[in-house]
Design a binder for this molecule. Structure first.
Ligand code: NAP
Ligand code: F7E
Length: 341
C-alpha cells in the first residue's frame, strides 16, 4: 500500500515541489486547494503533475471541510503549507492572516487529532518568527520577536504544533524555514519581482523596477532543497523542530546587482538619503528606483540561519548557492518572456 500524504496549499510554490517529491517516492498525494473562480494549478502544470495529484477543496477557514477531508482521505502524513504567506499584505489584513495562519493551523491540528491521530504532521514555521533577532546566526534556540501580523500568527501556529507534540498527542515537526525561492515563486515576493521585472526590462517590455527596503538582508535558498528537508523531518521516529537555511545572508540590493549582471544590465547607483536610483550605465535610463510606499511599517532587517541541527540529524544540506539561485531564476524568467514574444 502506498503511503498517503495530504498537502494543504498544494497550489503554492512549496506545495507543488513537495507534491512532485512525494510522487517520485511513490506516495498517493492528496492536494488541498482553496476554491476560486479560476483554476490555480499553474505550478502543478509547470511540473507536469496536475493529473497525478488528487485535488480536494480544503480551506483552512472551514473546520468541517478540513475534518471531512482528513476523515475521507485517511492520510499517513499531513503537511500544512497553506497560508496567507505575503508578509507585506499581513499589515492590511491582520485578521485574515491570523484566521488562516494561526487559527487555521490549529483547526487542522485538531481535525487530524480527531480523525487521523496516528498521522505525522508537518507545520511550515518561518524565520520571520525571529523578527529582530537577539543573535546571529539564528537556530532552534533563538527567541522569537515577530515584527509583522504574518510573523505573530506563525508564532501562534508554531507553539500550537509544539504543544500538540509535547502533550504527547501527535507526531508533529516544525520546519523553521528561511526564505526559499524558485521560478515558481509568486511575483509579489522580492526575488521573483526582481528577476521577472529585470528580465522584462532586458526584453524591452518594461522600463522600471520599483522596490522598498533594498538594504534588508535575507538567507535565500532554493525551494526544491527545502521540501526535501520537510520530508526528512517527517520521517524521523522522534519529531522535532529544525531550521532550514543556507547560512549565507545577502541584501535585496545585492540580489538586484546579481540579477542585473546575469542579464547584462550594467547599473550605476545614486543614493540620496533614503532614496536610491539604479541607472543603466550605457543609456542613463532609470532602471531601478526605491519607493517609500513599498517600505513596510515594521520590517525584518537581517536574517541568517544556522541549519546545523538539520545537517547533523537529517543529513540535509542545500545544493544551490546564492549566485546559482539568482541565475536560475533569471534564466527561467528570460525564457518565459522569450516564449511569449
Ligand atoms: P505560497 O506560494 O504563497 O502558497 C501558499 C498556499 O496557501 C497557496 O496554495 C494558497 O492558495 C494557500 N492558501 C492561502 N489561504 C488558504 C486558505 N484559507 N485555505 C487553504 N489554502 C490557502 O507559499 P509558499 O512559499 O509555498 O510557502 C508554503 C508555506 O511555507 C506557507 O505556510 C509559508 O507561510 C511558509 N513559509 C514559506 C517560506 C518561503 O520562503 N517560501 C519560508 C518559511 C515559511 P492559493 O493558490 O489559492 O492562493
Ligand atoms: O521580502 C524587502 C522586504 O516579501 C523580503 C515569505 O515567503 O519569506 C518570505 O517573507 C525583503 C523584505 O519576503 C520589496 O521589505 C524590498 O525585507 O520577498 P519578501 P519575506 O517578507 O522575507 C519568509 C521566510 C516567509 O515565511 C514568508 O511567507 O525584501 N523588499 N522591496 C521587498 N519585498 C517585496 N515583497 N517587494 C518589494 O518591492
Amino acid at each position: 500500500m502506498p503511503r498517503t500524504a495530504l498537502i494543504t496549499g498544494v497550489t503554492g510554490q512549496d506545495g507543488a515541489y513537495l507534491a512532485q517529491l512525494l510522487l517520485t517516492k511513490g506516495y498517493r498525494v492528496i492536494g488541498g486547494y482553496r476554491r476560486s473562480s479560476l483554476p490555480v494549478t499553474w505550478r502543478l502544470d509547470a511540473l507536469g503533475i496536475s493529473r497525478l495529484v488528487e485535488m480536494v477543496p480544503l480551506d483552512l477557514l472551514e473546520y468541517n471541510n478540513i475534518l471531512d477531508v482528513v476523515r475521507t482521505t485517511e492520510p499517513d502524513e499531513v503537511y500544512n503549507l497553506a497560508a496567507q504567506s505575503f508578509v507585506g499584505a499581513s499589515f492590511s489584513q491582520p485578521l485574515l492572516t491570523a484566521e488562516v495562519n494561526a487559527v487555521g493551523a490549529l483547526r487542522l491540528l485538531e481535525a487530524v487529532r480527531e480523525a487521523a491521530p496516528e498521522a505525522r504532521f508537518y507545520q511550515a514555521s518561518t524565520s520571520e518568527m525571529f523578527g529582530c533577532p537577539s543573535k546571529e546566526p539564528q537556530d532552534e534556540t533563538t527567541p522569537f520577536r515577530p515584527r509583522s501580523p504574518y510573523a505573530y500568527a506563525k508564532v501562534f501556529a508554531h507553539w500550537a504544533a509544539v504543544n500538540a507534540r509535547e502533550a504527547g498527542r501527535m507526531h508533529v515537526s516544525c520546519g523553521i524555514s528561511f526564505n526559499h525561492e524558485s521560478p515558481l515563486r509568486g511575483t509579489e515576493f522580492v526575488t521573483r519581482k526582481i528577476t521577472s521585472t529585470l528580465a522584462a526590462i532586458r526584453s524591452g517590455v518594461a522600463t522600471e523596477l520599483r522596490l522598498g527596503n533594498i538594504h534588508a538582508k535575507r538567507d535565500w535558498g532554493y525551494a526544491e532543497d527545502y521540501v526535501v528537508g520537510m520530508w526528512n523531518m517527517v520521517q524521523q521516529s522522534i519529531p522535532g523542530d529544525y531550521v532550514l537555511a543556507t547560512g549565507e545572508s545577502h541584501s535585496v540590493l545585492e540580489f538586484v546587482q546579481c540579477a542585473a549582471q546575469a542579464l547584462d544590465i550594467p547599473l550605476v547607483w545614486e543614493h540620496d538619503g533614503s532614496t536610491s536610483v539604479g541607472l543603466h550605465a550605457r543609456t542613463g535610463a532609470i532602471t531601478v528606483r526605491t519607493d517609500a510606499t513599498l517600505v513596510r511599517p515594521t520590517d525584518v532587517h537581517a536574517l541568517r540561519g544556522d541549519a546545523g541541527k538539520a545537517r547533523t540529524r537529517l543529513q540535509w544540506t542545500p545544493t544551490v548557492n546564492f549566485t546559482q539561485l539568482v541565475e536560475l531564476m533569471v534564466r527561467a524568467d528570460r525564457h518565459a518572456i522569450r516564449r511569449l514574444s
